[in-house]
Design a protein around this ligand. Structure first.
Ligand SMILES: [Fe+2]
Length: 496
């Protein structure tokens, strides 16, 4: 039996009908074969075009028809078909030629029926092995998908990998993955591959089809098979799988397969169920990750707000510094990932101030040396607080190094030049700018031009000259003005 548990479909073609009868009789002794015989080659060609065929036994010369052409057609319609040529006029050249063109074997007439049966059995065993290898490859594709799910960074990468796997498992003509953002919502397409001509299929891929609604509502896969007639008639299978997560359909995997002879096999449908469950868990994991990330960010914000609530001098400072720093990062072409880390770092940069007593933090007058020392400890205290929290580690260079000076006279480590991590050098510039421009209880904020002049004055001493240049250019172009974080009278650039 075939790998699908069905009988093998054998086709015998010979213009001598008595040969057809003998071969048919010999092969009919096995209940594993369905044998069809034709003494007219044109009928055999028609049969090949319209039916599943696993093995072809054909005469090599049949009047104007050649067994080689028959073989070519058989392999065109059924790529893994076994073809055995028969001839009464053997030559070595003939034999080599047909084997090279894809024939499995070559029988010389008259042949013993036992030889015929053995050749057919061996051919079908080879085919079975090939088909099992193919199945193994499909299983490997699933294994590869599991691996990729573990290493893919983005949901998009994971969905593309899943679509590729589905395509290799079932050779689908088109595929779509749809996801519901919220329960009860209609799933929206996240990925569509393949472009069927039929508008009904387009609707199916976009989830606008009864099959999709049934799959979502009943939480069960749905399949539909129909015959497409036309120039090239084929069997079209539509399959819609709900993506199940914790008992809920969070989306759909839709596939379309068009095959001249076969609907999607039950085994393939089972493999697609596995692909669908992998997709569902990838989406769920992604959602959990996003939820975790947003919870973290909320926790960080709450922490930063707690610090600012105590520090009367710096209300709103953290947010403004974050916005300004991101402007400079965009001018420096930092990656999206680096800019996300920058937001975390700027938000947390003064977290160490949580350890400074209120009396020192909010002291209006001059600080004593001891008090200044306590203030200067805040980068180290901040680093200590976040130590061991891997997720927040990208904030470390901002926290630790935003008070280092370019000439090496800053704190806590007295690093100089490019020894100071770039994150610290960038934050130092915007931190100082905001400190000068912002209102304080005991003084009004100074104009932006004063802050810019200060940055220029200490460029190369306190600040990285390149970052100062980027900051000054942004200010001259009116970009800081456009951020809308400072009052009108102080943010306008002054014409040179
Ligand atoms: Fe600071």
């Amino acid at each position: 039996m075939t790998t699908n548990g069905q009988k093998y479909n054998l086709l015998v073609v010979d213009d001598e009908s008595y040969i057809c009868s003998i071969v048919e009789e010999a092969l009919a002794t096995s209940d594993e074969y369905d044998v069809t015989v034709y003494s007219k080659p044109e009928k055999a060609l028609e049969h090949l075009a319209n039916n599943q065929v696993d093995l072809v036994l054909t005469d090599l010369v049949m009047g104007e028809y050649s067994g080689v052409d028959m073989m070519a057609k058989a392999l065109e319609y059924h790529s893994d078909c076994i073809v055995i040529l028969m001839t009464a006029y053997p030559t070595v050249n003939n034999a080599i030629s047909v084997l090279k063109k894809g024939a499995y074997d070559y029988l010389v007439k008259p042949f013993k029926l036992e030889t015929l049966k053995n050749t057919v059995t061996r051919g079908l065993e080879r085919q079975k092995l090939n088909r099992e290898n193919l199945r193994l490859k499909e299983q490997l594709a699933l294994y590869g998908l599991s691996e990729a799910m573990g290493t893919s960074k983005t949901l998009e990468e994971m969905l593309n990998q899943a679509a590729d796997t589905a395509r290799s498992v079932v050779s689908v003509n088109a595929i779509s993955i749809l996801v519901r953002e919220n329960f009860n919502q209609i799933p929206i397409p996240y990925l569509i591959q393949g472009n069927p001509d039929d508008s009904g299929c387009e609707d199916f891929l976009r989830g606008n089809h009864e099959l999709c609604r049934n799959a979502i509502n009943n939480c069960e896969s749905q399949t539909l098979t129909d015959i497409v007639s036309g120039e090239k008639s084929c069997i079209r299978s539509l399959a819609s799988y709900p993506l199940m997560s914790r008992g809920e359909a969070i989306g759909l995997l839709n596939v379309i397969q068009e095959d001249p002879f076969m609907a999607v096999m039950p085994g393939q449908l089972h493999l697609l169920t596995i692909v669908a469950s992998k997709i569902a868990s990838a989406i769920e994991t992604n959602r959990l990750h996003e939820h975790l990330q947003s919870s973290y960010i909320k926790a960080i914000r709450a922490l930063a707000n707690a610090i600012e609530a105590r520090d009367l001098y710096t209300r709103g400072h953290t947010e403004r510094v974050t916005i300004l720093a991101d402007l400079l990062a965009s001018r420096l072409n930092w990656s999206e990932e680096k800019r996300a880390e920058l937001k975390m770092g700027c938000t947390l940069h003064d977290i160490g101030k949580i350890g400074i007593p209120d009396a020192i933090l909010n002291k209006p007058g001059k600080l004593t040396d001891d008090e200044r020392k306590i203030i200067r400890d805040h980068p180290m205290v901040g680093a200590k607080i976040l130590e061991g929290i891997d997720y927040l580690s990208p904030a470390m260079p901002y926290i630790l190094y935003h008070h280092e000076f370019y000439d090496g006279t800053g704190y806590p480590d007295g690093l100089a030049g490019e020894e100071i991590p770039l994150e610290g050098r960038l934050l130092a510039v915007v931190d100082t700018f905001d400190a000068i421009v912002s209102e304080r209880p005991y003084r009004k904020g100074k104009p932006a031009i004063t802050a810019i002049a200060e940055l220029e004055k200490y460029k190369g001493r306190q600040f990285d000259p390149i970052i100062v240049d980027v900051m000054v250019a942004a200010w001259k172009e009116g970009l800081i003005n456009q951020l809308g974080i400072y009052e009108e009278e102080r943010k306008q650039p002054v014409e040179a």
